[in-house]
Structure formats: structure tokens, C-alpha cells
Design a protein around this ligand. Sequence first.
Ligand code: GLU
Length: 500
Amino acid sequence: MSSSDSTRPVRVRFAPSPTGKLHVGGARTAIYNWAFARANHGTFILRIDDTDPTRSTEENTQVILRAMRWLGLDWDEGPLVGGDFGPYKQTDRLSIYREAAERLWAEGKAYPCFCTPEKLAEDKRAAQERHDPFQGYQRTCRDLDPAEARRRVEAGEPYTLRIKVPLDRGDVLVHDAVHGDVRFDAKELDDFIIFRSDGTPTYNFATVVDDAMMGITHVIRGDDHLSNTPRQIMVYEALGAPVPTFAHISMILGPDGKKLSKRHGATSVEEYRDAGYLSDAFVNYLALLGWALDGDTTIVPRDVLASSFSLDHVSKNPATFDTKKLDWIQQRYVQAMSDEEFVFEVLMPELVEAGLEREADPAHRKSWYLLLASVLKPRTTLTHDVVEKARFLYEGDEVTFDEKSVRKNLAKEGAAEALEAAREALSAVEPWEHAAIDAALEPVPERLGTNKRKFFGALRVAECGNQVSPPLGESLELLGRATALARIERALPLAQAPEA
Ligand code: GLU
């Protein structure tokens, strides 16, 4: 079997069917195609394989385009951007498939078949009964007189168009860049349908016509398509087009070793975006599901991926989706941001979306945001985490109390004295900055004769409503003196030991 000549400029495509959202497996296929194109200074094409009209929707196409944008996988040709080999939507290419099929028919490489579904089923049963090693289509219409066949077609008889696989074709060897050489027995190759009786092309035909016309040099896709490959090679040969290099990538498994599916939780790219993952971290994680830069590097930024991706580092073993590892990578990306990046890329978008902030431009309170970033960033995995952690800062004098925290810290003997002493110390702090605030509060417990845990526990709940807020000095600085003192007033009535 021939393989693509290595002199053609690299052109790859990602060809999702818009029958649903972009899921994790599709996203990884897209990432590999994108990275392969970038690493080889090639062209990355996005093509919408919407020839299944019952399951494809325009809405799904839009969802897929949005997911590709969020992933940062820019395509060089395809929907929205155009290109010289369009259109890039299969339903807009029906006349191209028809022409290609007509040409094969005219050249005697395809022929019309008039067998009814009943006749085909009967032939199959008979082949099974006589234990025929060849169980495919029995080539009934292959040798019909071509002129006679034309006449029947023109008379309106329903027909499919079948490819004429040369009888001496022999086994098909697929040189797969991931799986190595895979041999398909000639017995498995029948004269399969390239055009259905309803006038629509089959997947194996339309895809190859497109890949051939678009000059695709490498077909990188899920290994559920490996079994389609010998048939597709027959189409390339009939068209007289060079066969691309195939790279079939393994499936992604859930933690139980079964194919990743809804049962395992989130599977669509959107769900991960909405859950608060950073696109860079998510792309990094997905890239590692079946590919490795070397033995142990786990942080592979987008630019490194785009310069170093190669098919010979793609594993043929299935990869297991591991949310813990994804979260670990996400944390690494969050921590690698500067406080300023964290403000603009995480804090502001999240706080605006949660309705806590109206202002999309934090310039007017830049130092306030930078301080908030410095305390929240180390405590953030998912970007949404910042919303609940920052909420107490947006409640004015009326912080929401967590009941359990109140019971354990405020409704305790000595809590009222602690708050009063804190109020006194805080009133005198100058300047209102966390270092000065911490320094003013530090000696108070000893002066009161109480322990630090009790003192700071009561004050923290009074100010932040709970026991798990960011460090107290910074929290108080962010609240401002007036709010901090007002919250103490509001908490004092709660700071009583329950009646014995
Ligand atoms: N539309 C096909 C799919 O989504 C693409 C197959 C291919 O890449 O050839 O599975």
C-alpha cells in the first residue's frame, strides 16, 4: 500500500459531526491535529461532517465552533475563516460528491446496484448457510451491462452506487503512525456503497473525496475509525489520489476502565469550561492523554505543544481520564499567573458573572484587587472558587453568618470581650493595612488573658461570617475600617455564651 509522499506540505483536518457537543475525545483529536499542523508549519482545517441529516444540527455546529475557540485551537481553513478548498461543510458539498461518483461510474470504477434490501438480506443468509468465507455483498450487479444499467437508472429504478474493488486487490495494509502496520483481509472488502438510493454519499466516500480534494496529508482521528480505513483506501485508489498517513489515536477510558461516557461525569468541553477550568490547563491535560513530551514532563504550555508535538510520541494504549491530575495541572496554571493576570483573567470575569462586581475594569481599585488576588490565588483550583471565597467582601455591614461557625466561635464565653478589645485595637490602627492590623491585634489575646485561637476565631466569624476565610489581616484591610467596625457591632449581640 502506498503512503503519502512526504514532500507534500502538511495539511490536517478535524472533522467533527455536529450530532452533539464537542466531547473530551473529540477535543483531544482536535488538539493533536492542531499541534501537528503547528509543529510542521502546516495547515489545520476544520470541516463540519454533517452528512447525517437526522442527527446533525446547526446549533451543535455553533457549540463546536465556540468550544474550539475556547480551547484556543485556531483553524486556518474552515467555517468563518474560509479557505481555497471550501466549502467546509459537507452538506454544502453534495454536488462535489455526486460529480466524483459520476466520474468513477463513467470510468468503470463504480456501478449502480438495484438489489433491494430484502434481496441483500437473503444473499447474506445464504452466504452464512454455505459458510462462504466472503460474507459481504455478492457483487450481483457488478457485471450488469453498463448500457442496460444506465437505462434502468434513467427509467427511475431505485439504485445505490457501489465501488468496484478490483478482484485481485488482495489484503489491505494500513501503515498507521500509531498502531504500526495493520493488515485487513481481502475477504472483508466487498463492493460497498458510496452513494445511497436517497442520493446522499456514505461517510467512507464523502470523507475521502474531501480529504483527497483538500490535500490532506495526515488523517489523525479516533481509533474507532481504524476499521473504516481499508474501505477508505479503496476510494483513494479509485480516485487516483495519494493515500494520506493515518494515525488512529486510542480511546479515553473512565476510571473504571470503560470507555469514557456520561456515566463518568462531565464529558463535554463546555462542562469543563463552565466548571471553571482554564483553557490552557485543560488543553495541556488533554494533550497528555496519549501523548508525552518525554518521560515525565507534565506542564506542557501551548507553545511547547505547538512546537514539539509528534506522532511518534503518541501511545497506542488507551488513556485514562483522571480528574485529580487535571486539577493538579489546573492548580499549576493558576499559581503560575501573576497577581495582575489573576485579577484580569480570573477574578474580574468571575465576580462580574456572579453579579458581585458591575465594573469590568478594576483600574480604579487596582491595589485592592491585587491584594485580593494575592490571598485568593493560592486557594484557587477552579476559577469559580473565588466567588464564594470573596463573597463576604461584598456584603457591606451585613455579613452572612455560617451557623456552625457562630456556635463554635461567637456564642462562647469571652467572645464579647474579645470583640470589644478588637474594636478598640482596630480603631487605632494606622495605616489601615494588613501588616499594621496584624501588629495591632497580635498582643490583644494575652492582654485579655485568653488564648489566640478563641480571640481570632471570634473576630474572624464576626468579620467574615465563617472560619474558613482568607487570612484575617488581609481580609480586614480589604473590608475597610468602617465596615470592619460595623461588623463587630452587628456581631456583639451574638457573642454571648448561651444560658447555662
Ligand atoms: N465525522 C467523523 C467523526 O466525527 C470524522 C471521522 C474522520 O475523522 O474521518 O467521527
